[in-house]
Design a protein around this ligand. Structure first.
Ligand code: FES
Length: 156
């Protein structure tokens, strides 16, 4: 595990992971910074655990240090265990963050949770279609509901 100094001066696990199983990105409305986190799983004793994690941060030093620590702290954890980790736990080796830096840790927590949950949605996305699939009109109406932009006029 890195020391605080290492995390600040030589962040670990920086960079895109081309063979990742999941990826999550979160931006902070407070400062406009962003963190993206990649996860790769492996089987260990019949359990699926995080084999490795990496990140990219377009953010401040604190966000980079917390992200670096997070990628090391979550190694070997199951998805459920990693989901329970709070920003405070991920940044614990840095000591308590000053109030204006709390959101940096929360952004890392958010990117981690987004990555942990993104895999679920990938699995859902490739789930077999239900017996009666949605029609094009259903899809457009659903898109219209979410985007609020598409107007459908049925021609008779
Ligand atoms: Fe916004 Fe650190 S992520 S100041």
């Amino acid at each position: 595990m890195s020391t605080l100094q290492d995390a600040l001066s030589d962040p670990q696990n920086v960079g895109e992971m081309p063979d990742a199983d999941a990826v999550g990105t979160v931006g902070s409305p407070d400062c406009g910074d962003m963190v993206r986190m990649w996860l790769k799983y492996k089987d260990k004793d019949g359990k699926k655990v995080i084999d490795k994690a990496s990140f990219q941060s377009f953010g401040c030093q604190t966000a980079i240090a917390v992200a670096s620590l997070a990628t090391e702290l979550i190694r070997g954890k199951t998805k459920e265990e990693a989901l329970l980790m709070s920003a405070a736990e991920l940044s614990a080796p840095l000591g308590p963050l000053p109030p204006m830096k709390i959101h940096c840790g929360q952004m890392v927590e958010g990117a981690l949770k987004a990555a942990l949950e993104s895999e679920t949605s990938v699995a859902q996305a490739i789930a077999p279609p239900t017996a009666i699939g949605p029609t094009l009109v259903d899809s457009l109406q659903a898109a219209g509901k979410t985007a609020g932009k598409i107007k459908i006029i049925l021609q008779s």
